[in-house]
Design a protein around this ligand. Sequence first.
Ligand code: SF4
Length: 296
Amino acid sequence: MTGSVAQPIPLHERHFSALALRLYAECPLRFRRRYVDGLAIPGLPDDPEERRAMLQGERFHLMARRYYSGLEPGTLGAPADRAELEDWMQKLVRYLPRRPGYAYYPELELRLSEPALRLVARFDLVVVAPDGEATIYDWKTLRHMPPRAKLEAAFQTTVYRYVLCAAGGAYAPGGAFDPDRVSMVYWNPLRGGREERLPYSAARFREDGRRLRQLVAQILATPPDGFPPTGDPRLCARCEYRQLCHGPLADRPLPEPGDGWPEAALEPGQEVPVEDEEPAGAFDADPDGLAGLPLP
Ligand code: SF4
């Protein structure tokens, strides 16, 4: 295991991303290692298929960014990879072509800086219609998309919709987005290009604000020794700190509960959550290789 320790941003100065909140909810100790201790363990997944899938996802994001910036998407990767990427891009352009009168903001990063709530979100794409209706798009290239209920409950959905409405006024024709006219869409070319659309609402916006403030206050009030480890071995099996927590044998096949590991906290059959993305610079050290871990 190789890693590095960076001087972390103090928690009370940090803008929390959806990923940071999810890591805290899943395993407070993992959150502490990453955001309090500043311990970075970079690297791509060991499994070649997983590694290729992650790289293809990154390439697709770059091509989509180019397209919605008004540029040629271009081609990337080896010939076999290019064919797949071009197929994905064709599906995307058919699904969501650039339309006159609409504003496209690829890779838009927004920060909410309230005294009690500092959040950051980097959107794959925000599209604003001439009448002010806004859609947040997130590209997923997972083979197995989580069910709609899991996407609805994901920190990514909560943080992205909330931040756009609370901090995206500069991009709204009327100076502020109306939560009742905001949606988040997950789109995956591997699912036949079908979208999963999650409309927002003013009531949900208020409730999200309350919950996010409560969660952030809880994190900020936690002493350094108050971040316990998860009790779920499935989370540990995919965690970059597993050797630190469980020793070098932690890379062995996933053990059964009771095999020296804590009891699983997830229900049987419950999936490890979908991944979301860490905005550039949100993690003080090198975040590469961590964003691909399977999370809400
Ligand atoms: S190995 Fe498990 S307990 Fe340790 S930080 Fe990772 S998820 Fe938490």
